[in-house]
Design a protein around this ligand. Structure first.
Ligand SMILES: *Cc1c(COP(=O)(O)O)cnc(C)c1O
Length: 438
């Protein structure tokens, strides 16, 4: 299968090309030239997650990986569960936060790291020489941790992560700045946008890009999205196991959305034949998409800070993929609706969920509230738990008025030393640093 650039259709690459390049020409996103439709869904649902994921992903990657290689990658990447938890009779949460950094991004980042590792090794073997590969990424928290842990210890891949100094919580900072080895972290004097601008400047610098072999590992990378397809299958498989065939007719997913990668993956799963009735894209006050679906006008406002800060995005990078699927007839336009949930509703929903016996965090609460608004009692609503509540300890504790414990992953890194260097945010300084270690 080839992947083509949604902006420049004549640019076509294989899976390995799309993973290594990240973005196509003119900042175009890569998209599979056909989406395989699986005709053995019930058989797939009966399989264990890793085995099933190999079947689901193989058609996308078969040009570059054997089934055995893919099996190896998936076994390493998905070594923690995606767990459905019932909230009420017809509502369940899909908990995606049982990986090493307690957020769903572990699925995509770990799969991407293992794929890149395989492709770097393959290229080195073919050419007889090692080309440098540098992952440069900006983070306001979750992405940095997931990418750092996913790539830690992988030979011949250097990872450089920038973050706004003093603008993320200490615990968040410790989750990715204490690893060392091939993970380098830079605290930038500036905000998240300044960090992103530095990444962009680096990618625009052709000489730099070539010399250090730049790649970004952000959520536009197709490998991350493909990995995320697998847990939609797992969610439906768990329902199927518990409730049989009748569970499959009425499933609605509500997805806490920022850059809309998670929604994109869900749409892929549906297009492949997974029985999902429809999707609700839940956003916080950053409501570009719900307004767009209502008015037909794309008019991002200034990004506002909310409790569900991983969704503080006003110009979601994956939207062109969603739009393409809805407008090109791959899926029916009516299968996505979108709801914006404000801060007060988010907090009230966390309290309501706690009363139902479930301790949640702001992102999942936004998605649950959107289900309450938008899904009927006849529909079976699944909302995604994208992060462990302990990652948002302060707001969870102040909202619920009760202390919550730290899971081992967070407690372990709390006592480690931060290894970051500091930089001013000046591009010349960053450039010199990146080149100095090659
Ligand atoms: C990244 C993130 C999101 C948003 O996911 P997208 O795929 O960018 O829409 C939601 N919740 C949490 C906790 C996240 O880290």
């Amino acid at each position: 299968m080839k992947f083509y650039n949604l902006k420049e259709r004549d640019e076509q690459v294989s899976f390995a090309g799309a993973v290594k390049q990240g973005l196509g020409r003119n900042q175009g996103l890569f998209f599979p030239d056909s989406i395989p439709v699986l005709d053995n869904i019930e058989q797939l649902l009966a399989m264990p997650m890793v085995e099933r994921s190999v079947e689901v992903l193989y058609p996308f990657v078969s040009e570059d990986l054997t089934k055995a290689q893919l099996g190896d990658i998936v076994t390493h990447a998905f070594n923690f569960p995606a767990q459905m938890q019932p909230i009420s009779e017809n509502r369940s949460i899909l908990e995606l936060f049982h990986g090493p950094t307690l957020a769903f991004k572990d699925f995509g980042a770990r799969f991407m790291a293992k794929c890149l590792q395989a492709f770097v090794a393959k290229d080195a073997k073919a050419t007889g020489q090692k080309k440098p590969l540098t992952i440069l990424t900006a983070t306001s928290g979750d992405t940095g941790a997931a990418v750092a842990h996913a790539f830690h210890g992988i030979k011949n891949i250097r990872v450089v992560i920038m973050y706004p100094k003093g603008k993320i919580s200490l615990l968040q900072e410790k989750m990715f700045t204490t690893l060392g080895g091939n993970i380098e972290t830079i605290a930038i004097n500036g905000d998240f946008d300044d960090c992103q601008a530095l990444v962009k400047q680096s990618f625009d610098d052709r000489a730099l890009k070539e010399t250090i072999g730049l790649n970004s590992a952000n959520s536009i990378n197709i490998s991350r999205l493909l990995a995320q397809i697998c847990y939609y299958f797992e969610a439906v498989a768990q329902l199927y196991r518990q409730q049989g065939q009748q569970a499959l007719s009425n499933i609605v997913f509500s997805i806490p959305s920022g850059n809309f990668g998670n929604l994109t993956a869900g749409l892929f799963a549906k297009a492949m034949g997974l029985p999902i009735k429809r999707f609700i894209a839940a956003t916080n006050a950053n409501d570009t998409v719900p307004r767009y679906l209502q008015t037909g006008e794309w008019s991002p406002n200034e990004t506002v800070a909310t409790m569900s800060n991983a969704m503080d995005v006003s110009n979601p990078s994956n939207w062109p993929r969603v739009e393409h699927m809805l407008k090109s007839g791959i899926l029916d336009e009516g299968c996505v609706s979108s709801v914006s949930i404000d801060e007060e509703q988010t907090q009230m929903t966390m309290i309501a969920l706690a009363k139902l016996g479930y301790i949640s965090e702001p992102h999942a609460a936004v998605a649950y509230k959107a289900l309450q608004y938008n899904a009927s009692e006849e529909e079976f609503g699944v909302f995604l738990g994208t992060a462990h509540p302990a990652k948002f300890k302060e707001v969870v504790e102040s909202t619920l008025g009760q202390p919550i414990g730290l899971p081992k992953e967070l407690a372990d890194c709390a006592s480690e030393t931060i290894l970051s260097i500091e930089q001013s945010g000046d591009f010349a300084q960053l450039r010199e640093y990146l080149l100095s270690k090659i």
